[in-house]
Design a protein around this ligand. Sequence first.
Ligand SMILES: NC(=O)c1ccc[n+]([C@@H]2O[C@H](COP(=O)([O-])OP(=O)(O)OC[C@H]3O[C@@H](n4cnc5c(N)ncnc54)[C@H](OP(=O)(O)O)[C@@H]3O)[C@@H](O)[C@H]2O)c1
Length: 307
Amino acid sequence: MEIKHKIAIIGATSKTAEAMIRLFIAETDWDILLCTASTEYNFPKEVTVLTIDYEYPKQIRELFLEHMPTVIINTAAITNVDACEVDKKKSWNVNVTWAEQLCRTAAILDAHFIHFSSDYVFDGKSGPYTESDVPNPISYYGKSKLASENACKISYAKTTIIRTNVVYGYSSHNKIDFVQWIINMCELNNSFGVVNDQLSNPTLTDDIALGIKKIIEKKRTGLYHFGGLDFINRIDFAKKIAEIYHLDDSLIQPITTESLNQKAKRPLQSGLISLKASTDLGVKFCGIESGLITLRHQMHVFSQYSK
Ligand SMILES: NC(=O)c1ccc[n+]([C@@H]2O[C@H](COP(=O)([O-])OP(=O)(O)OC[C@H]3O[C@@H](n4cnc5c(N)ncnc54)[C@H](OP(=O)(O)O)[C@@H]3O)[C@@H](O)[C@H]2O)c1
């Protein structure tokens, strides 16, 4: 007989966690255990919330020995790539040491550990990438993500690594992703620059959530790339956002990545090929037009609902 899952999600206020929580509550009878360091949140009443402190990765073992999750999903990370370059110690702690501790805890509990990684493990010279391409990170964030993948690979636990890129989706916790940033900038009504030399395939959080549900149901381990249908230049994505949200796209001006002089290097020709996920899991990742229309609808409906 199948046991009823108890799913623990670390980094519960992340955009990705939010989509999973919504999907799991709507479509499964799984118990949901949310781990967050945030003190302000509005999680659904069906879940259990545990407070964690990212300073102390070892606390998770005791906490999970008490609550006994069957699946552990780690979305927590310092995703600000320039901040990772500045505070390497803190980034390593959240992005790597936590993953190591979660692997160890999952092994003890015989739980399935699902960990999020990034296209930033690649150098961006020859994307889009498949799961068999060789990583070569060019930023500290990318290096930390690759180290976290390695922790999963050498772990005794059943582990699944999900690499994704340019994640966008509804956030009731006001996480500013690229879509929200473009909306905010256009609403200021001043022209602004968007890079015209970065290629990726933006990925909707709802598609990621669906893929994770399939991973759990099919008990899949190993490495999967989750990326949207459209491979697109960042400025073209920005212009599409303006179009779907009826904003003035003439405010968006092309600039190069180099001109930004950012602390962390960016992989330019990136993107993730999701053929394995599509064929093995049966997940169809949406393109940007339908993804943005879905998101616009969710922003309208969910913001009404939370009033
Ligand atoms: N966003 C992207 O475009 C992208 C691209 C590729 C891969 N990924 C990976 O996918 C996963 C989920 O990404 P996401 O965009 O959904 O995450 P997100 O919205 O940026 O949230 C990350 C979560 O990590 C936790 N966290 C721990 N320490 C933090 C710190 N110092 N600063 C900020 N947050 C901290 C927070 O959760 P609590 O406060 O609830 O604990 C936060 O909500 C991450 O592992 C990320 O590396 C993301």
